[in-house]
Design a binder for this molecule. Structure first.
Ligand SMILES: C[S@@+](CC[C@H](N)C(=O)[O-])C[C@H]1O[C@@H](n2cnc3c(N)ncnc32)[C@H](O)[C@@H]1O
Length: 217
């Protein structure tokens, strides 16, 4: 990726990294619950976690997999993730790399039996390159898990945002209706196993907060 022309999204996550885990964030917390619910009963050899951020889900994934590769284009978010890894890191079971989800990922073809992408795709203008890379990275039968801010919430104006010194930064986001995820997956050669809508315990009476998809190559 081109480090000479930083993406505003990357710059925002670099700025957010230090407080991302501690800030009140129901979307982040719900995503953690959903990921454990959907993937908790499964076991994997190699996981590619795209946009792993501060590693909120990485420690869970290391408990379900032999190897995890965490990719993110924010060096500061990755720095927090690296700092959390203890034993497995020393055993060489977890690797992190600075990488843009929309260009070629630093992994071999058919290397993974799970690709997971959590709360990332709202920041990506075009879904097709990400789904194409997921298909390339997955072995036949491997799964792609996507968990995203729900389009119904996006339509109401919800965006990833954080506060710093009394100022709110809203991070650039793109609207993808649920059908866009399904179309991108189908075009990439992935078939839908399940789709779910999710509410946080405090979301009573509101539209769903997250949508998740489990696809299979
Ligand atoms: C809301 S955070 C989610 C982090 C983690 N997946 C989680 O669930 O907590 C979004 C992450 O996606 C990363 N990201 C956004 N666009 C990206 C891109 N094009 N390539 C790689 N990472 C990206 C950001 O740097 C950030 O770490």
């Amino acid at each position: 990726m081109d480090h000479d022309s930083p993406s505003p999204v990357r710059a925002s996550y670099d700025a957010w990294a230090a407080t991302y885990d501690a800030d009140r964030n129901r979307t982040r917390d719900l995503d953690g619950e959903v990921t454990r619910k959907i993937l908790g009963g499964l076991r994997f050899r190699t996981v590619v976690e795209v946009g792993c951020g501060t590693g909120k889900n990485t420690s869970f994934l290391t408990g379900r997999a032999d190897r995890v590769l965490g990719l993110d284009f924010s060096p500061r978010m990755l720095g927090i993730a690296r700092g959390k890894v203890r034993g497995p890191w020393r055993e060489g079971r977890i690797h992190f790399a600075v990488a843009d989800a929309t260009v070629g990922w630093p992994c071999r073809d058919a290397a993974a039996d799970l690709v997971t992408c959590n709360l990332v795709l709202e920041h990506v203008a075009e879904l097709a390159p990400v789904f194409a890379e997921a298909h390339r990275a997955l072995a036949p039968g491997g799964r792609l898990f996507v968990s995203e801010l729900h389009p119904h919430r996006q339509a109401l104006g919800t965006k990833a945002r954080f506060e710093r010194a009394g100022a709110t930064t809203e991070i650039d986001a793109f609207f993808h209706p649920a059908a866009a995820f399904l179309e991108a997956a189908e075009a990439a050669g992935l078939s839908l196993e399940r789709r779910d809508d999710w509410w946080h315990a405090e979301d009573d009476g509101k539209p769903p907060r997250l949508v998740s998809f489990l696809f299979r190559r």
